[in-house]
Design a protein around this ligand. Structure first.
Ligand code: TYD
Length: 137
């Protein structure tokens, strides 16, 4: 399993009738997709998703608008600004990630490697740091 976040440029078919992009599992997305969800109607400037997953890997696309994804391994933080629908961000499990600075009318599409599971979430940052430094995630 990969441990670094990775910004992936997706295929683009430019066309005067409107452009087209796509993603495929086990190709652009390095896992089998078990779940897809989207975040919408976010008030401009709002933040979401300050948590880590034990198992779930994710792939995030800004289908519309823009937002920042901050990925933190417990020691270093990386900020990825997603503002084009032909880029996706792969986020491995075991990293703390936050989504910030949503533009008005932005639409975040997320693919997950696991079904929704409450127990997969780590929502406490200090617990995350402890699990990380003990090598438990
Ligand atoms: P949550 O992951 O807590 O959102 P965020 O971290 O972005 O603030 O999800 C919000 C609510 O939606 C939570 O009560 C659980 C529910 N939910 C599901 O039932 N299935 C899902 O696939 C997701 C992502 C969330």
């Amino acid at each position: 399993m990969k441990v670094e976040p990775l910004l992936v440029e997706l295929p683009r078919f430019l066309d005067a009738r409107g452009n087209l992009s796509f993603v495929e599992q086990l190709n652009h997305i390095p896992f089998e997709i078990k779940r897809t969800y989207w975040i919408y109607d976010v008030p401009g400037g709002e933040s979401r998703g300050g948590h880590a997953y034990r198992k779930n890997q994710e792939f995030i696309v800004a289908l519309s608008g823009a937002f920042d994804v901050i990925v933190d391994d417990g020691q270093n933080k990386k900020k990825f600004t997603l503002n084009r629908s032909y880029y996706g961000l792969y986020v491995p499990a075991g990293l703390w990630r936050t989504m910030e600075n949503f533009s008005t009318n932005s639409l975040a599409l997320e693919f997950g490697s696991e079904h929704y599971c409450k127990e997969d979430y780590i929502r406490d940052y200090e617990q995350f740091k402890t699990l990380k430094s003990n090598g438990e995630i």
